[in-house]
Design a protein around this ligand. Structure first.
Ligand SMILES: NC(=O)c1ccc[n+]([C@@H]2O[C@H](COP(=O)([O-])OP(=O)(O)OC[C@H]3O[C@@H](n4cnc5c(N)ncnc54)[C@H](O)[C@@H]3O)[C@@H](O)[C@H]2O)c1
Ligand SMILES: [Zn+2]
Length: 385
């Protein structure tokens, strides 16, 4: 429901925001994620980190709090957040882990537990993750597992983490054998977005996150797609009239999908649109030189093309999706490698999914479903990158 309601409010919000000065210290929009006793709010604001600190402390109700963050984010944003937490009496330990996806590993996890214990944390303590999906996944999993689980709050600072990684309770780390192979579902007590933090985020990272936002629109919400299509540049330029409603609606979609399928039984698989080939591309690039959202952009164009060829989507679907991704500066062409290379990479996904690949197809812009296909059906004979 949340997504639909947000859809109706979109125009009103955009106009209301227009005449405003930058909002300091207060919530500008809230998305509720209804999961029974695990329910929480995603609260969006602008330039309100200190307030976030206070609100996070209230949600956690903890005397001792660890902030898990990465260097560039820590320097810029941890002081105000810490000030807010401390204002509520929390004793704060700031734990800065190295930047990059490789940090999501068991060694860093072990180091986090050590720091938690040194800080005197117990079952009544809490964690705040501050950063992109790496800080969120690692810090979230530390919270999920320390003393069998302590509460945590997410403060995502990348577009990707805001619209995707911070919502839904998936936490975890990578193993040498593959990404995200160890983890747990652990819903946060709250998610707080400060749009002002996006100003320091490189444009390329903004675009990569926008790929997931475009994905949400493409699989779920045609009216969001219609609205975003002419505004994608304004989004990347961080025009507040566009950023607030776009983030709000994208969070609402992710929240709604998670509400209806918390543990990825079915519906949540739709969020994998573009990820079958996307993961294969990332794997072949050894996760270097290409960002996750960029690989997903290429994967979405491919999947939209296949959706047309398989008779699920009307002609023109792929072209429309490709155009908006290209205007966001995202790559859309599959890197030139033999079909066999992609087939074997996709086969790994097949193993993870128990024999079949749940390939996500579009039925047009704003509507999607999954079909069980073999790697050879996904990449038919004669297919070329
Ligand atoms: N849990 C989930 O449901 C879920 C979903 C999608 C992705 N993920 C995970 O998320 C991770 C990717 O997340 P990401 O794209 O946010 O990557 P990231 O956390 O590595 O952040 C990207 C880069 O931006 C920097 N950064 C972050 N915020 C900044 C800011 N405000 N200003 C300047 N620099 C900033 C970081 O230091 C990093 O260099 C992957 O590990 C992926 O597996 C998890
Ligand atoms: Zn993704």
């Amino acid at each position: 429901m949340a997504a639909r309601k947000a859809t109706q409010n979109i125009k009103a919000r955009a106009t209301r925001g227009a005449g405003r000065l930058r909002g300091r210290g207060r919530v500008r929009a809230t998305v509720h994620v209804a999961l029974g006793e695990r329910s929480y709010d995603v609260e969006l604001g602008d330039d309100w980190l200190e307030t976030i600190g206070r609100r996070a402390a209230d949600k956690l109700g903890a005397e001792r709090v660890a902030i898990v963050t990465v260097p560039s984010v820590a320097r810029r944003y941890a002081p105000l957040l810490t000030k807010g937490l401390a204002a509520r009496g929390a004793k704060v330990d700031r734990i800065v882990v190295p930047d990059g996806d490789a940090t999501k590993n068991l060694k860093q996890l072990g180091l986090l537990y050590d720091r938690f214990l040194e800080h005197g944390m117990d079952r009544s303590s809490g964690v705040v993750t501050l950063g992109g999906g790496v800080a969120g996944d690692l810090g979230g999993f530390a919270a999920a597992s320390f003393l069998r689980g302590i509460p945590f709050v997410q403060v995502p600072t990348t577009v990707l983490a805001m619209v995707d990684a911070s919502i839904g309770g998936k936490t975890g780390v990578n193993l040498a054998q593959g990404k995200n192979l160890v983890g747990a579902f652990h819903q946060p007590k709250g998610v707080f977005l400060d749009m002002a933090t996006l100003r320091s985020l490189p444009r390329r990272e903004r675009a990569a996150g926008a790929a997931e936002l475009i994905k949400h629109a493409a699989i779920w919400d045609a009216s969001l797609f219609d609205w975003l299509e002419p505004r994608i540049e304004a989004f990347l330029d961080l025009d507040p009239k566009v950023v607030l409603p776009a983030l709000e609606r994208s969070c609402a979609i992710k929240g709604e999908v998670v509400e209806r399928d918390e543990r990825e039984g079915g519906l949540r698989k739709l969020l994998n649109f573009g990820h079958t080939l996307g993961h294969a591309i990332e794997k072949h690039a050894r996760y270097r030189g290409i960002l996750h959202g960029e690989a997903v952009a290429i994967g979405m164009v491919f999947a939209a093309q296949r959706s047309e060829e398989l008779g699920f989507a009307p002609a023109g679907t792929r072209a429309r999706l490709q155009a908006v991704l290209e205007r966001a500066g995202l790559p859309t062409r599959v890197p030139n490698r033999p079909r066999s290379a992609y087939l074997s990479a996709i086969a790994v996904d097949k193993k993870k999914q128990g024999g079949k690949i749940h390939f996500v197809v579009l039925e047009g812009i704003g509507k999607s479903s999954t079909v069980a296909l073999t790697p050879r059906e996904i990449l038919p004979a004669g297919w070329r990158a």
